[in-house]
Design a protein. Sequence first.
Length: 453
Amino acid sequence: MNVTSKISPAFEPFLADSGEDGKRDAIVIYRTPPIEGLHLRGRLRELKRRMDEVKQQAAIQKLIEQRVLNHYKEASKDLGYSAQPLKSSHIGSGSLPIANIEVTRKTLAALAEQPEVLAILPNQRIHLIQPRKVDYSALAQQEQDDSLTWGLKQLEIPKLWETTKGQDINVAVLDTGVYGAHPALGDRVKEFVVIDPLGRRITASPAFDSGQHGTHVCGTIAGGQTSDGISIGVAPQANLFVAGVLIGDATLSTLMEGISWAIEQGADIINMSLGFNYYEPLFAEILEILLNQYGILPVVAIGNENHGNSSSPGNTYNAFSVGAIEQNKSDGFSVTSFSSGASLVFPGKEPDFLVTKPDVVAPGAQIYSCIPPTKCADGTLEYNFMDGTSMATPHVAGVAALLMAANPTAPVTDIIKVLKETASHPNGADLCPCNRWGHGLIQPVEALKALKA
């Protein structure tokens, strides 16, 4: 890997208003040897052993991190930063091989020249992928009659409940937080933490939501029933581990701290409905660690910027990204107008590198789920409809939890494979993937059959 390929292209706009000695925070990903067998999923119910291995990995990574920091400190001195040394700090307990380091235009290349450095990313801001619409109208009669949301009905989730409801699967939700006392969530929220803009972990009790988004997402993943008996959650027996990473002026460093926390909690799946201002291809290194080192499935919203656009990190080549479908009046369904999708071409690679996103689609319009108690003219609302790829993503995360619980030894790569290969594309498999449907609408029942085959 050459030096320039280690430096994110997002640095160009990030440093545009910075002089030669202007300091900016960067996220540095460094190379570490993984513990053999750590990524295998056969340890699903052996959480203590799994966490011991995470700690062992962290100890190895901390030694390498210190070596990287020491070399960078010496290189910075040679470039004239001895009187005011550039700052560095740890992220998390070391479960992720990353560090927060100040850089300048002069020191960026010196840092990239270290052989143990894999990638350098600007610590840019992150933002919520905002719901497209919010509708406070009454629950559709169809959902009352069916006793479940249209998304659960479309995906035939009750058929999977005959086999599994997601028991023992840990789903981390990195979002605006969660109103943990909501009756539809019961005791599903096992741990909650706030990551503040400085990257500090703040224990807060009771669990709270700085908006409505995180609670709505959690309800779709693992919620139970409303007071009217409407089922809203795909995997109602999954465990929720929620980090409020979108509270205040959040940055990439905040997100990294949340991901590190999720690893330490024993997450099997990480749900992310958030994005960056600048395209970040090097985030693929983080996803690679999650997938292949820890066996964690990251499920990411592709964005609500309409066709021809996409949002990082959902458009990273190895992200499992999700677009949204809606119901049609003809009783059919189609990809929503707001659902993002694009094909990204990287000329100069051998061969030319093409990334087409999203990977799959799922119900994401008029999704009914729980929210924190909200006063309005008609009283206090505890449930709401929302539209967005943020609403489609938890459907996929919930389905993945059902599949993992049904086959605890299946590698995470097999979960992704069966969801893609069994997805239904309106134009047939020959056109898969495309930048509207990806591989198509997920078919959970067929995916479960394929996983067990």
